[in-house]
Ligand binder design. Sequence first.
Ligand code: RUQ
Ligand code: CUA
Ligand code: CA
Length: 639
Amino acid sequence: MSEDKKIKSDSAALTSRRSFLNTAAIASLGGLVACSEKPSSMAASAAGSASAHAQGNSNPAHLKPGELDEYYGLWSGGHTGDMRVLGIPSGREILRIPCFVPDALVGWGITNESKKVMGTKPDGSLKYTVADTHHTHASYKDGNYDGRYAFINDKINSRIARIRLDYFICDKITELPNVQGFHGIFPDKRDPVDPKINYTTRVFCGGEFSVPLPNAGTEDSSQYRSLFSCVDAETMEVRWQVLIDGNCDLVATSYDGKLAATNQYNTEMGVHYEDMMSAERDACLFFNVARIEEAVKAGKFKTIGDSKVPVVDGTHAANKDPKTALTAYVSVPKNPHGVNASPDGKYFICAGKLSPTATVIDLSRVLDWFDGKLEKIDGAIVAEVELGLGPLHTAFDGRGNAFTTLFLDSQIVKWNVAAAIKFHSGDKTAKYVVDRLDVQYQPGHLNASQSETKAADGKYLAVGCKFSKDRFLPVGPLHPENEQLIDISGEKMVLMADHPVRGEPHDFIIFKRDLVRPKQVYDLNEFPLAVKDAKDSGVVRNGKKVTVRLTSLAPAFSMREFKLKKGDEVTLILTNLDKIEDLTHGFAIPKYNINFIVNPQETASVSFIADKPGVFWCYCTHFCHALHLEMRTRMIVEA
Ligand code: RUQ
Ligand code: CUA
Ligand code: CA
C-alpha cells in the first residue's frame, strides 16, 4: 500500500471508530478492553516479528553474553511499590530498588536505616507497607539528566521518594499533606528566575483525587478540592501547594523552568465517573512558577489543618487577570491523559484518552497570555489532531516526530508535530501521521531513549502493554505485562522484542549509560554507626539496653558468638569491612524475623527484643565465598 493510501484508509477507519467511541460504549471502557480481540493485531504482530527476524543476529535487543547495554531504564514497579532498573536495548532487569514497601532481599523495612527513610509509627513499626508507584523521572542539568536523583510517586499514600543514582538506593521519602491520589510527578529543569540555577531544585506533584480540606469526612463533594504540590529536590520538604479547580493527573515541566502543567480529566469535579465524563472539554492547567513563589514570599497564602505548608489560590475565580494570574486553564478535549514536553522546548502535548485527539499547546503563547499579550488562553492551542482511539502518552525522537500510545486501538502512532500544526491551521494536505504499529496489547505508557531531554536521540522506544494475553506461556490467571521494544531509528517503526514483566510497571525513562556514575563500594564515613575496625566489635550493656557491634570480612563475622539475656533491648550493628566490589554479606537471625544485607563498606543496624531464649545461628544469607555456608555466629540468649 502506498503511503498516501495508507494514511487515507487510516483516517477513514478512524472516523468510523470515532463515532463508535462517542456512543455509550465509552460507559464501559473496561468491557471494551476485555473483548477487543483484534485479528488485525495478530497479523501485524507476525509482520512485526518478521521484520525483527529480518535483522537476524543483528537485532540489538539480543546482546551477546558479556555485552553491556547502551542505556539505563528506570521503571516504576506499580503496586509492587519499587523501582526497577533495566538495561536497554536488552530489556534485562538488573536491579529492583525498594523504596515504599519492604524488601526481603536487602532487608528494606527491617534495618533501622531503611525504617527511618520509610517512616514509622510511635511503636517503631512501619507506617505503611503498601504503595503504588506510577511515574519516575530524573533530575536535570542543562536540559539533560545529571545523574543525581530520580523521583517516584506512591499514589496510595501520597508519598514521593528520592532515589540516589550513585548507589541506586532510596534516601528520602516525603508524605504530601492534604493530598490523596498523588499521581503525576515531574522535576523542574531549571529555575524560572535565577539563570545560574540550570538544574533541578523542585519536584512538582499532582493530586488526582479531591478531598475535603482539611479532611473531616464530609459527604458534600462541593467541599472537595485537589492540590498541586512543589517539593524541594534537596531537602525533600514540601515548599508550597496550589489550591485548584478540577484535578491533577500527569505533570510536565518546561525547559525554561517557567511553567509546569497538569492535565485535568475531572474539571467537572465529579465524584462518580459518569460525572467525570459529562463535559465535552476538560483542561491542561498551567502553573506560573515564579509568580506562585512571589505570592508565597508576599504572604499571600493560607495553610490547611495541621500542615504548615503555604497554599496559594490557583482557582479560576482568583486568577481572572492574566497579568497577575498564578494559573491558566487551557481547554482540551474530554478526559485527557498524559502531558508531555517536546524536546525542542516548544510544546506540551496532551493526549485525548476519551477523545481520539492530541492537543499541542505552544508554551511561548502561554507565556504571552501571562504577559497580557494573548487575548484568550485557548489561543495557545496550535494543533488538535486525530490520532486514533484512546491516546494516552507521547514520546519523541528529537527529529520532530511524536509517538503516542493508543490504548483502545492497541497501537503506537508516529506523527509529525510540525505537520500536525500545519494541518490544524488549515492545510489539509499536510500528512501528519507517519506510521502506525500494532502492539500487544493495550499500551499505557511509552518512552523513547532520552525522550524527556534535549538530547532525545530517537533510537529505541519502549512500550508498556497492560495486557499480554497470548504472548507468553500461560501461568494461571495472573498474566505478566508485556514490555515491548521498538526500533524508531528509521521512518517505519520495527518491533524488536517482547519481555514479560512482573506487574505492574507504569512509566519509565531511558537514558544513556554515561549519564550516571554509579559507585559499587560505599564510603565507611557515610554511616555514623560504622564499626570501622574488627577490634571494636563486642557487646556493650547499659541495663537492659544492649548494643552488639559486629563486622564482616569474608568468610567470617568478627565474633564467633555473643551472649544476650532474655528481655534485652538489642541494637545490632553490622559493618561489612570487605572493600571488594560485589562482596555483599547477609545477616539472618532465625526465629527473630530478621534478615538484611551489607554491601562492601556498608553499615546497617537492627533493633529487637531478645524475647526467646536459646541458641540462634546467625548466618550469612548472601553468597560471598567458598566458605559462605560456614559464615555464621552464635547468638546465645540466656533465660
Ligand atoms: S498513568 S497509562 Cu498512572 Cu501514568 Cu497513564
Ligand atoms: Cu558472607 Cu555469605
Ligand atoms: Ca471530564
